[in-house]
Design a protein around this ligand. Structure first.
Ligand code: DQA
Length: 142
């Protein structure tokens, strides 16, 4: 079974971006971890990243049409994108919201997620392991 792991803005810069917050591992490391976890769980994992809200919305439409489960790190879109929320609301399979950091322990503007209510659930604060836990949740639900 295919699962999309979709990543929003600035996540391509993992490893160089605020390493004190997001760690030293790169986006390539994250993609490899997700694909390896998928192999262990019997899932075919497709990892994508974009800085473009319209592209991310399009991928969510694709997932909805194909009944494809999604692990989504919406990055900063989490906190303000109603377009993303409305796209997620059309989902036809489980969708797990993930965050590397724990937004609840950070700045006030990160305490709100406009997408959480339309996700199946949320995993945050475990570093890159948040994605591993999310893929396990998808495997259990699928
Ligand atoms: C993030 C948390 C967001 O607040 C932030 O805008 C990100 C990354 C995380 O994975 O911890 O870009 O989604």
């Amino acid at each position: 079974r295919t699962v999309y792991v979709l990543n929003g803005p600035n996540l391509s810069r993992l490893g160089t971006r605020e390493p004190d917050v997001y760690g030293a591992e790169t986006f390539a490391d994250l993609a490899a971890l997700c694909r390896q976890t998928g192999r262990e769980l019997g899932l075919s994992v497709e990892v994508r990243q974009t800085d473009d809200e319209a592209e991310l919305v399009g991928w969510l439409h694709e997932a909805a049409d194909g009944k494809i489960p999604v692990v989504l790190n919406p990055a900063a879109f989490t906190h303000y994108s109603y377009a993303l929320r409305d796209a997620i609301a059309q989902r036809t399979a489980p969708l797990v919201e993930v965050h590397i950091s724990n937004p609840a322990a950070r700045e006030e503007f990160r305490h709100t997620s406009v997408v959480a209510a339309v996700a199946t659930g949320t995993i945050a604060g475990f570093g890159l392991a948040s994605y591993v836990l999310a893929l396990r949740a998808v495997a259990d639900l699928a």
